[in-house]
Design a protein around this ligand. Structure first.
Ligand SMILES: Cc1cc2nc3c(=O)[nH]c(=O)nc-3n(C[C@H](O)[C@H](O)[C@H](O)COP(=O)(O)O)c2cc1C
Ligand SMILES: [Fe+2]
Ligand SMILES: [Fe+2]
Length: 403
């Protein structure tokens, strides 16, 4: 049974929702699924933009057949070759033997690597090329490393539709939603959009910046932004473009404090909560406390991109940093996180080491960061004396938030 929606005249969403996948890229937990978007344009020629993951191929094929309504499929434009969008290419080639693939040299090379049987059924385009399919003319713009090297976006100059590939995508299944303005995006979707972007493409901020710059002249003529995951944008472009601009410049969204702690027996946890309480008491409105052991690192990364200040509180573990804090630090480095202010709390019963090691990591491995004061050392549990130190840590965070 088909399940499609009309985007605008002659353009249809023919993607599908995935609810059963637990881990996106086999690493990031999905709590409300994900959508794989594909779009079908009915012009003098019929043109499909990208396919879907193998897991939802059947639904996708039913959708394509329904919208084609007996017409043949003439072209398949591939903006991104990652298998969550490209896995069903083979199936399209089998079912529509006259279809021609349109993409760039790198994408065709990757298609061969993945073993797709494309024969002679392809047309290679280059950056800035345009192709007309009847009334609609499509321009192709390279978007390298957003999210893979072959990635590109396609812009329909006739109706202002931007096929944005992974850019402007988000986790969460659509489940009937098609447009971002049909939901309270800021309340219900933004956290997952940030988690998607920062974890999947966070490392490539400068490449996103390059794409935003290239797209700037197009912005006045953009009417729809159609990503490969999540809802389509047809208004409030400024809202989502500003978010992307901030995330890709590693600029915090809010002045606030994210406290991430590692604690086996609860003493470091108590210190983390005490600090949050002091900060609230001193008037800081945005404070979040997260247990590294029960919060998947993809959420920690997302919130680290959101907040201006991060407090790391870790027990010492075999003379080292608690492994999950270490993993989070490594992820921060891998994703190029920078321009944050940190404070560090360590705990140890016989040889506290975590704080010094965290500080060393921050100083050596992250760019443009500030670490406030010395690390605060707890010897097993908090004392009145340490509470005074915690209070001055809170004061210096409050002071720094004013900057
Ligand atoms: C496997 C393991 C290794 C530890 N290694 C160290 C260590 O190298 N140095 C140290 O001072 N404490 C070490 N500790 C002790 C804890 O860091 C310590 O008890 C902590 O002070 C208590 O904090 P918590 O109540 O937040 O878990 C270790 C504890 C465990 C379980
Ligand atoms: Fe991707
Ligand atoms: Fe994707």
């Amino acid at each position: 049974m088909h399940c499609t929606r009309k985007v605008t005249d002659n353009l249809y969403w023919v993607g599908a929702n995935e609810h059963r996948l637990a881990l996106f890229e086999n690493i990031h937990p999905l709590t409300k699924g994900v959508s794989y978007n594909s779009y079908l344009l009915l012009d003098d020629k019929t043109v499909l933009f990208d396919t879907v993951d193998w897991s939802v191929c059947r639904q996708f094929l039913e959708n394509v057949a329904h919208v084609l309504n007996g017409r043949k499929l003439d072209y398949l434009v591939i903006n991104h070759l990652e298998p969550d969008h490209a896995a069903s290419i083979d199936e399209v080639l089998l079912r529509y033997p006259e279809v021609k693939l349109i993409s760039n040299e790198k994408a065709f090379m990757q298609m061969r690597q993945f073993g797709f049987n494309i024969d002679e059924r392809y047309e290679e385009i280059k950056e800035g090329d345009t192709r007309s399919f009847g009334k609609h003319t499509i321009a192709f713009v390279y978007a390298p490393m957003v999210h893979w090297p072959e990635a590109m976006v396609s812009f329909d100059t006739t109706n202002g539709v931007l096929f944005a590939a992974d850019a402007f995508g988000t986790f969460n299944a659509l489940d009937g939603v098609l447009f971002a303005d049909e939901v309270d995006f800021d309340r219900d979707w933004l956290d997952e959009a940030r988690r998607y972007l920062t974890n999947i493409v966070g490392k490539y901020g400068p490449h996103i910046q390059a794409l935003l710059k290239k797209a700037t002249p197009l912005v006045p003529s953009i009417k729809f932004i159609c990503p490969l995951h999540g809802p389509i944008w047809r208004k409030d472009f400024g809202y989502i473009i500003e978010k992307y601009d901030k995330w890709s410049r590693y600029e915090p969204e809010v002045k606030g404090v994210l406290i991430i702690y590692a604690s086996m027996y609860g003493n470091t946890e108590s210190a983390a909560v005490a600090l949050a309480t002091k900060l609230r008491e001193k008037g800081v409105k945005d404070v979040a406390v997260r247990d590294v052991s029960s919060t998947h690192v993809s959420w920690l990364i997302s919130e680290t991109f959101k907040y201006s200040h991060v407090v790391l509180a870790s027990v010492t573990y075999n003379l080292g940093i608690y492994p999950l804090i270490h993993n989070y630090l490594m992820d921060m480095k891998a994703l190029n996180l920078q321009q944050r202010t940190f404070a560090v709390i360590e705990n140890g019963t016989w040889a506290p080491k975590a704080g010094g090691l965290i500080r060393e990591f921050l100083d050596k491995e992250l760019k443009q960061i500030t670490v406030l004061g010395d690390e605060l050392t707890i010897n097993s549990s908090m004392t009145e004396e340490k509470d005074v130190e915690l209070d001055s840590m809170a004061d210096s965070i409050v002071e720094s938030l004013k900057g």
